[in-house]
Write a protein that binds this ligand. Sequence first.
Ligand code: ADP
Ligand code: MG
Length: 360
Amino acid sequence: SPAPGPKPIRRLEESLINRIAAGEIIQRPASALKELLENSLDAGSTSIRVTVKEGGLKLLQIQDNGCGIRKDDLHILAERFTTSKLSTFEDLSRITTYGFRGEALASMSHVAHLSVITKTKSSPAAWEASYIDGVLVDPRTRQPGEPKVCAGNDGTTIIIKDLFYNTPTRLQALRNTSEEYSRILDVITKYAIHNPKVSFSCKKATSASLDITTPASKTVSQAIRLLYGHSISTQLLEATISSRDHKISSKDDEDEDAMDVDLPKGPTTWSAEIHFNRLVESQRIKRSLEAVYHGVLPKGTSPFIYLSLEIDPRCVDVNVHPTKREVHFLNEEEITERIADAMQQKLAAQGQSRTFEYQT
Ligand code: ADP
Ligand code: MG
């Protein structure tokens, strides 16, 4: 029998479009937190405190001491594609902030109850604003509203409540709150290592004790010791490579361009992270480093690697995916090869005697 005739094409409701887009960016509490951490870091914060209830599903609160948000900007803060970080297409090729798409807060307002308390240095008071589906609302009536004056310190507090309250299937899939909490701790740990000048803390709202706490003004190695423990940090090998040809810029900070290689005793999970001042994944680099370690480490173990790549922003395409988890960069193959070679040499020179110890 012949195929049925085509159905009419309709325009999706705007609220549906926004909720679908939000689901792509905010997949779970940890992905919301990633966006919020990046905003706090973009705002120049030196202190970031995170409070969590029920794995972030009930409450995710992040308080920073950054530049704050101007009261006049609060009306459009949670609209899609509103940002202070980008204005022309050309800006994309020299972007140095984590954010630029202006979608994170908007997304959160479409899948959670979002409130913001913020104060800039020049403002005499703090302002509070609540958002539903991109719109600044009065939290009681849920009708369009105005920011309310309140007490507060310089900086911004973002409060996300009841994440995925309006997307029940997503909520169903995230019932294991301790799993979600450990993912939250993992995200904070990664950003804390890469931003050692910033003090981070994280706790459950129901507990007095901090699960993560790092002071400001330290080095990457000190941050690794604090977060992963003394035994890992003392076993780190450090390697630095730079190349003008490949536009890996020379480093000004001791740690920035460093490659730390560790050979732990027991089996650990693979944790190669690549930062372009942003946290990204690269299967190509992972695979090639795995190959380097293949013959060196005992079976069933994998190395702890902190890999920080500094690449000229003009050579990186950050606009590949809405979560910016993936980026493309020039000379990817050559750069990967150079890193693997350097690590091979480092291991040959310093690592082998130590590896030998572990195997006995
Ligand atoms: P993006 O980071 O891509 O610009 P977001 O939706 O994450 O988009 O944030 C929108 C805007 O809100 C940012 O451009 C910034 O101006 C402001 N903002 C968000 N979080 C903070 C914060 N913690 N401190 C200061 N400004 C913030
Ligand atoms: Mg952002």
